[in-house]
Design a protein around this ligand. Structure first.
Ligand SMILES: [Zn+2]
Length: 174
């Protein structure tokens, strides 16, 4: 059954399966076909367990085979809102603060914007600083710079490097 949410977004499928975490047959999976302007079609999977609250999300860009892609974006107030599709194979590098996040097994796919990417980077640095106390000072400095960049006070570059070419910073074509 195809239900139309809005013109470009279709729920293809929704079903209940056993939850991979708690085992209850209360894990609701929804597959949505979405069209992202200037990028193309993506298949998004949203899943959550109504028993234990476990959530999962994945994005699969459809369309032709993509080549490895590297995109650079300068963080400024004007482009905080640019849409970003980040696959789980994409690394994020911010050379000015010596930061490189390479995709690991827990790497996530998501659709967000430049500001959202910075927020996620800040969150993961905060998590790391709670575990690695010897790096606390260095991480705090990086977090401060990221926050300043969001306010337009510091110039930073984000480099997205995706060996599968499934990630993109979408610049609107005017
Ligand atoms: Zn569960």
């Amino acid at each position: 059954m195809v239900k139309t949410l809005r013109k470009s977004k279709h729920i293809l499928n929704s079903f209940l399966i056993n939850c991979p975490v708690c085992g209850e047959k209360n894990f609701s999976v929804e597959q949505v076909l979405d069209e992202i302007p200037y990028f193309g079609e993506v298949l998004e999977t949203f899943a959550h367990c109504k028993s234990c609250g476990y959530k999962a999300h994945d994005i699969l860009p459809l369309g032709e085979n993509k080549n490895p892609k590297k995109q650079e974006i300068e963080v400024s107030k004007d482009n905080l809102g640019l849409r970003v599709v980040k696959s789980k194979y994409c690394s994020i590098e911010i050379p000015e603060i010596g930061l490189k996040i390479t995709p690991g097994p827990e790497s996530e796919s998501y659709i967000s914007n430049v500001e959202g990417v910075l927020d996620r980077v800040i969150d993961s640095l905060k998590r790391i600083s709670k575990i690695k106390h010897d790096k606390e000072k260095e991480l705090k400095k990086q977090i401060e710079k990221l926050n300043s960049a969001k306010e337009g006070k510091v110039k930073l570059t984000i480099i997205f490097n995706d060996s599968t070419g499934q990630s993109a910073v979408i610049r609107k074509v005017k």
